[in-house]
Design a protein around this ligand. Sequence first.
Ligand code: KIV
Ligand code: ZN
Length: 524
Amino acid sequence: MTIIHPNFGKMDANRVIIFDTTLRDGEQSPGFSMNLDEKLRMAETLAELGVDVLEAGFPVASPGDFEAVNRIAQSIKGPVICGLARSAPADITRAGEAIRPAERKRIHTFISTSPLHMKYKLRMEPDAVLEAVIASVTLARNFTDDVEWSAEDGTRTDMDFLLRCVEAAIKAGATTINIPDTVGYAVPEDMTRIFTTVREKVPGADTVIFSSHCHNDLGLAVANTLAGVRAGARQIECTINGIGERAGNASLEEVVMAIRTRPDANPYHHNIETTRILRTSKLLATITGFDVQPNKAIVGRNAFAHESGIHQDGMLKNAATYEIMTPESVGWQKTSLVMGKHSGRAAFRDKLNAMGYGDIGDNALNDAFRRFKDLADRKKIVYDEDIVALVDDEVTRAHQRVKFVSLETWGGSKSKPRALLELEIDGVTQTADCLGDGPVDATFNAIHALFPHTATLLLFSVGAVTEGTDAQARCTVRLEEDGKMVDGQGADTDTIVAAARAYVHALNKLITKRTRSEPAALSA
Ligand code: KIV
Ligand code: ZN
């Protein structure tokens, strides 16, 4: 039977819907929270990447989460905008209100179905859970025809009960049925068995889309997701860089490229514009302050690097000897000399367009251009990566309370390290002159003096954006305050300036977190 989906119409049998949950399952993991502007920017980039469904957040969790989903629903065109809700009527109503402005919208409602979760987390009897499934899906249908129902901890659910719940959800009007591997416990054979059984046994299963949502606790999220698809799931739930609860979710870039690179094993198609993958991954890393590990598939810095002589020799003869996909197909570009210090503002704007940045706004453009000119004066060669680092740096800082203005430092083996720092705080420029155990310490002391806070510095790391001694440094600073952890990043040819920018970035994130109420626990 051909499925006619309320938002996607007549479904081609091998079309896979890409459901991105970077802004929900990804964002809810420690250290990955984003403010409203960051979420909007990420949502825009995900829409350009071509995701089909964008899970924008969990509206009942806090006023900030509601606003983010609502603003994304107002302004992001293309993907179906989805809000998450537990089975409680208040959750569903809030999600319905948040997604109302979207052209195409979905409510995703869930409840735990495994014996362990029902007994200890929900303290509910199975029959009460079944009633909640029916009531929640029925209520959600009042807000939209596109309703997804999820059996939380589905892979550890008793099969007979799972069949009853899925049947009830379909009868109540669910159009997508998600069976998550919530705790990352499944192996691919489990996914095959579960999806095959449910699709064979549940009446009406041929009228809905099944969805695979896998966590990575055993490193099997991508393999399990694809096993689900081979057993008939036609929606994949995933996140950029695989971020998400604990060990993360299935990584969007990995599932998408596994489908594209191995059509023999995965004869499916999706709408992702793969050349935009790297750009999206880097933006997320800049916003959250978490770089992916160097050997991360597809988007890690070493993913296409060939070090050994034998491999390099093979690559020179024919790239296909060691490359199963081209770096360009996922957005890597040959490092290129871009522009010099004589390039003008218009050329800079054109360059940003060519690199896939949309309109970043006049203020961010002006500040980025000023920093580019400064960089071109100091650095022999300005690479695309340099521009990405400084533009992302400016864009993420555009709406911050505390802004870096300037820094001078003195150090060396003889004099006492000193920092003269200017910050703009709530629009007022202020200066501090501080000493420290080193120039970085003196700089961080100056930040403390200008903006007193109780956060503890947990991590300070330095990397390079490109190669060479004149490369820009990219620093990461991790702060912790009252159990809340944030990472900030900053880039500059001067390592201490990069450190100051990273600290200020982290501080702004902490300020955002302080003003945001605690999200409601994700239990139904
Ligand atoms: O992992 C999970 O079970 C979830 C649900 C809310 C779908 O994220
Ligand atoms: Zn999840």
